[in-house]
Design a protein around this ligand. Sequence first.
Ligand SMILES: C[S@@+](CC[C@H](N)C(=O)[O-])C[C@H]1O[C@@H](n2cnc3c(N)ncnc32)[C@H](O)[C@@H]1O
Length: 512
Amino acid sequence: MPNNEFGDFQTPRALAAKVFEVLPKKEWTRILEPTCGVGNFLHEAAGYAADAEIVGIEVQADYVDEARLARAEVIQADIFSMHLGQDVSWGKEGPLLVVGNPPWVTNAQLSRLASSNRPDRVNLRNLRGMDAMTGASNFDIAEFVWLKLISELQRHNPTISLLCKTQVARNILEYCSQFGLPISSASVHLINAKQWFDANVDACLFTVEVGTGPASYDCALYDSLDSVRPSRRFGVADGRLVADIDAYGEGHRVDGHCPLEWRQGMKHDAAGVMELVHLDGPHSRSGEPVDVEESHVYPLLKGTDVFRGRTGLSKWVVVTQKSLGEDTTQLAHTAPKLWSYLNKNAEALDGRKSSIYRNRPRFCVFGIGDYSFAPYKIAVSGLHKSAEFRLIAPLAGKPVFLDDTCYLLPFNDPQEAALVLALLRSKPAQDFFRTFTFWDAKRPITKKLLQKIDLGAVAAVCSDIEIIESAERSIREIGPLEAEKPLGDLFGEMKRRWVSTEAVATAEEQLF
Ligand SMILES: C[S@@+](CC[C@H](N)C(=O)[O-])C[C@H]1O[C@@H](n2cnc3c(N)ncnc32)[C@H](O)[C@@H]1O
């Protein structure tokens, strides 16, 4: 992904045909394919709307020649230097359909390719919402194409239906709502990009009606091109993109600020060196025992372990620092066996590609601090398709480390951890995740999302008995504790710290 600066993935004819089956049924008199490639959509359009005037635009000359075999006018041009409302002249009036599959390439990828196939800055400034989009560190060229089509063709009230990443569809809906672009309805049909394009990305057919009617930024989500009914609706509520609009009423009750700080697990980008397997102690992946100082090796759980609840000892991780940026040269004296192991594997460690390792202590890691060494943790995988929170207790007498696909909350007190776990597993919290999590994203659970769950509000709306019973069950699972406080007292203290009087009043109002 993608294969060149043109973000070139020609749509198979069979997929183009399916797209036309899904499109709103209308007597289209005009059809535009803004980046038509070899013309697969043009051919399908000609069969689908026999009397329609069909126009394609394409930048690559050899594709233009091929596309001209379809019954369509094909313009060889760079859409970034055209005004699509003014520079395409139509012989006919009437309903306009824009259909196709714009380039799959990001601004950052074009920079790496030193490509000029991108909108110039002056054109960007003329589009409403563009400043916000391009201000973001990276944006997809398809997002630019979307905003260009909506803005420049607005007076034609087009229906626009394009294959794109689902993330692009979400961003466009949010921008349109933020900048008042007139969308009257929208839908997303998920497609299997692996099957159709051999691309590992979440993709869809995104269709919007640009209209004069009342604006609506809700979007019906269909699980496939064959689905007849939407499985849910996402869209904008109170100015914010929401994954399940119909769950919003429940989910936003506890939407606010988490009183605890979520952390990401440890990042090292050298699994072959830093991750060890457990065979009566730490061993390399090829089965060799690894002899380094005990104080620098910790039990490790990865995202899939956490998601599946496999919380026993199966892996170890080498830990070179106690805090971010700590000088590692001292290891030569404080941990000579580790120092020799690191130097033996220096090629892999020094060759770590990510720029975060540049100008940093040699052999350093990220996602490390006091919190990493806390004995108890609540952990969740960021990459899986449901929020499975786990209570992690020490293994082999040591605190357990999580990898960087996980997020964690650190605790010294296991009872407090168990109570927080009970809150995160409660119905109000699960409603929050249903409302705000886009499960089709590459990393559905993020620190930003976790940081928005107001545990005080969750505690205020939950029944104390249910939370305490759930916490007791988790404590029994991790085994007997040395000293236990009455959980009711501990929960009471926690609530006093976190629950605002306002939240209690709102919760009471909801009860009566
Ligand atoms: C993802 S491919 C899709 C092609 C065609 N729409 C289809 O669905 O088969 C993107 C197409 O956009 C074309 N393209 C890229 N940059 C362009 C530009 N600046 N102006 C016009 N076409 C462009 C590429 O050459 C490529 O054919």
